[in-house]
Design a binder for this molecule. Sequence first.
Ligand code: DX5
Ligand code: ZN
Length: 225
Amino acid sequence: MLHDPFKSTQRMILPSILSADFAKLGNEIEDVLAGGADFLHLDVMDGHFVPNISFGPPVIKSARKATPAFFDVHVMISDPVGYAPAMVKAGAQNVTFQVETVDDPAKAAQDIKRLGCTVGITLNPATPVERILPALDHVNLVLIMSVVPGFGGQKFMPEVLPKCEAVKKRLRADQRLEIDGGIHLETITQARDAGVDWYVIGSAIFDTPDRKATIAALRGKLDGR
Ligand code: DX5
Ligand code: ZN
């Protein structure tokens, strides 16, 4: 379990708690971290930018009490800059916003980073890479959506892999490339070969009985085993 994943250049596995059983969220968090996950991905959805509502600061605050692990918060909301302070106050250490929700991505990135957290920018499968370029110098990570955001358990969209390669080429050594959506044993090596550093995995981990074995198998794929 990591408190500051930016200190390492290792590939990271970060379970998305959207696929966890919220009736026992603390146990689910403990289970995946004890099972070898590096840190956690938390999907905030507002039912406006995406056709689903997940959770917000109250749940982040409770989850924060359950673990010191780094919280990578992905906000699929229409007002990311407006709600970023509440996410950070609740325990978010990274806030990743959707480029489709802001007029000025560079300014949004700087506004969020000013809160003392790290900042990521992400783009939907249909959004061209060009849209995030103005913000590239100001972010700590780029998250490539490999599903249309809103739900766990969707099918991986390999057509986003060229975006991974195009973005990877432009990143500094201190920045990270993350992928999110439909990552499992059959798709993870495609993402690895496209240069991805951080792997968001929801249903492929939480929908299995033995998370430790699942994470070990996923890591084996990353290591080429
Ligand atoms: C989708 C979320 C993803 C999702 C991943 O809108 O951003 O993080 O939870 O879940 P899987 O791995 O099941 O596609
Ligand atoms: Zn996500």
